[in-house]
Design a protein around this ligand. Sequence first.
Ligand code: GDP
Length: 296
Amino acid sequence: MAFESLSDKLSSVFKKLRGKGKLTEQDIKEAMREVRMALLEADVNYKVAKDFIADVTQRAMGQEVMESLTPAQQVIKIVNEELTRLMGGDEAARIHIKSKPPTIIMMCGLQGAGKTTHCAKLAKRFLKEGHRPLLVACDIYRPAAVDQLCVVGAQAGAPVFKLDGAKPEEIARRAVMHAKDHGNDIVILDTAGRLHVDEELMAELGRIKQTVPVDETLLVIDAMAGQDAVNVAKSFGESTGLDGVILTKLDGDTRGGSALSVRAVTGKPIKFAGVGEKLDDLEVFHPARMASRILG
Ligand code: GDP
């Protein structure tokens, strides 16, 4: 399970604090040094960990802790609140569905991150909510990608639009017309992935955005890739403009650093978490719940 090692380390720091009764500034400094180590070992971005510790320390040195009868509990509460804030705050970030259809969602990401799977996961979720999503195969470079979308689309129960021999932006344009004609209120564009962030990929995403009015650009990143995933998010954010992130493979043995760093590094919220290979394995990302999960 993700975060296991981070959770264990934090819980041992807090156990020590609880054993102390009243806390001195030195106790808090020592505990924060250990929390910082635990964050870095969980592959949290260096600056993110540093700023986080500075914020928590400042609050923990204040009256609410020093004068409390249960100071260790207060420190844990502060860590919980600051972890929540780090991941985006109390509210889960949602996808806004327009009253005037169709809402166009463009999914992007590197190959293998889980983009195609998550197009279908989203479609399934929207179907359950009573929407009529249309999946669109805009990856023209890998015939296998189109086939895969057709397979997972069928599993989700959502139609898939494809068009042989056309450019991605043309496929997107025709798909939106098709959606309007067929009453599909959500269009999900599965774009091409690459092994690395490259200019051609960004240019292609830009052309799609110039051709159809994309409402949500979601980047799919793999939690297992740790800081690399966060750097990918930063590059996409700068070149393409993102509305949010889907963090996949959180069910795996990830150390969790990406979940904690993405928001601070990119300024964009994690909207969903992928927690398995099956199409139902999709969760709305709730920062507060995730913080509580980490703190065990
Ligand atoms: P794409 O190249 O970005 O379109 O990635 P795919 O959708 O083909 O996914 C790559 C692999 O990751 C597949 O084997 C998926 O089953 C797997 N995968 C996708 N999402 C998750 C997830 O949330 N958890 C786990 N464990 N595997 C996932």
